[in-house]
Design a protein around this ligand. Structure first.
Ligand SMILES: NC(=O)c1ccc[n+]([C@@H]2O[C@H](COP(=O)([O-])OP(=O)(O)OC[C@H]3O[C@@H](n4cnc5c(N)ncnc54)[C@H](O)[C@@H]3O)[C@@H](O)[C@H]2O)c1
Length: 280
């Protein structure tokens, strides 16, 4: 009997040796000598990730379109063992984004935006803009970053997805579609990167205490005609078993863990930090 797909050539990835075994006694993550690029680094989760990676010794390229936010970040990073370089860039300039990623060992795709609107009222140009920033820019950054990672035989890609990469909510068509796409892109990156020592994972939080969520509270309060406090407890945290927002620093700890030596076998996966939301 003919084997199914017999015309497909066999996939024989080269044997790749494991990273040096991490010592169980050594839980500190040392990223000295690594260059990390974090998008959307001027605030919220991105700033927390940039600071945490610099604290682990990495040279961090902090990419954002918010120049004053980047200046503030650099000031906060001054005392850290690594360094933070500000890269003032609008990631919707996709060619520039791809070029900016050249030479990075660690890529954290974090920049994001949100628009809450029923599908029939969702402006098509806004839908496209969300997909460009949340999905196409990460693809272009990967195109820029992977050749150097493959050359070095080591790389880490961490995509800040969301519980909305795994579950849907009404009125968030573009965001949910983009984050589901990012989860898929991350898995493909994991498969292609494995023979080259490159891992790719998503970190998928529930609601984090950032300016993005503060804006959503205001938007949803206006949409439903109720106070912002009721949006938090009654809507945003309705499916979360843990009834609080996550802090950006908690997300950054998960990101740096995925970049460290104990995580070299974790790839193509999603680390959900959703307070039990997807346990339902
Ligand atoms: N906050 C949450 O509750 C939450 C939950 C799950 C996932 N996330 C995801 O985490 C990521 C970060 O979210 P956040 O809450 O920290 O957001 P935030 O709004 O606080 O920060 C986003 C950053 O991205 C930058 N940015 C936006 N558009 C850009 C562009 N075109 N070019 C360059 N920079 C741009 C902004 O200037 C800002 O500094 C997003 O991908 C978001 O979807 C957030």
């Amino acid at each position: 009997m003919t084997a199914p797909h017999s015309s497909t050539p066999p996939f024989n990835p080269p044997f790749n040796p494991p990273d040096p075994p991490p010592s169980p006694a050594d839980s500190a993550i040392d990223l000295r000598g690594r260059t990390a690029l974090v998008t959307g680094a001027a605030g919220g989760i991105g700033a927390a990730c940039a600071l945490r990676l610099a604290a682990a010794g990495a040279r961090v390229r902090a990419v954002d379109r918010d120049g004053s936010g980047l200046d503030a970040l650099r000031a906060r990073a001054e005392h850290l063992p690594g360094a933070v370089e500000a890269v003032h860039l609008d990631l919707t300039d996709l060619d520039a984004a791809e070029q900016a990623a050249a030479g990075t060992d660690i890529l954290v795709n974090n920049a994001g935006t949100q628009l809450v609107r029923p599908i029939q009222d969702f402006p098509p140009e806004e839908f496209r803009a969300v997909l460009t920033l949340l999905l196409e820019a990460p693809f272009r950054l990967l195109r820029g970053a992977l050749p150097h990672m493959y050359e070095r035989g080591w790389g880490r890609v961490v995509n800040i997805s969301s519980v909305h990469g795994l579950r849907a909510s009404a009125y968030k068509s573009a965001y949910v579609a983009a984050k589901h796409g990012l989860e898929g892109l991350s898995k493909v990156t994991a498969l292609e990167g494995a023979p080259h020592g490159v891992t790719s994972n998503c970190v998928s939080p529930g609601y984090v205490r950032t300016p993005l969520v503060e804006k959503q509270l205001a938007d949803q309060a206006a949409l439903h005609g109720i106070p912002a406090e009721s949006v938090l407890t009654g809507i945003l945290l309705a499916d979360s078993a843990v009834k609080r927002l996550i802090e950006p620093g908690e997300v950054a700890e998960a990101v740096v863990y995925l970049c460290g030596p104990h995580a070299s076998f974790i790839t193509g996966s999603t680390l959900t930090m959703d307070g039990g939301w997807t346990a339902h």
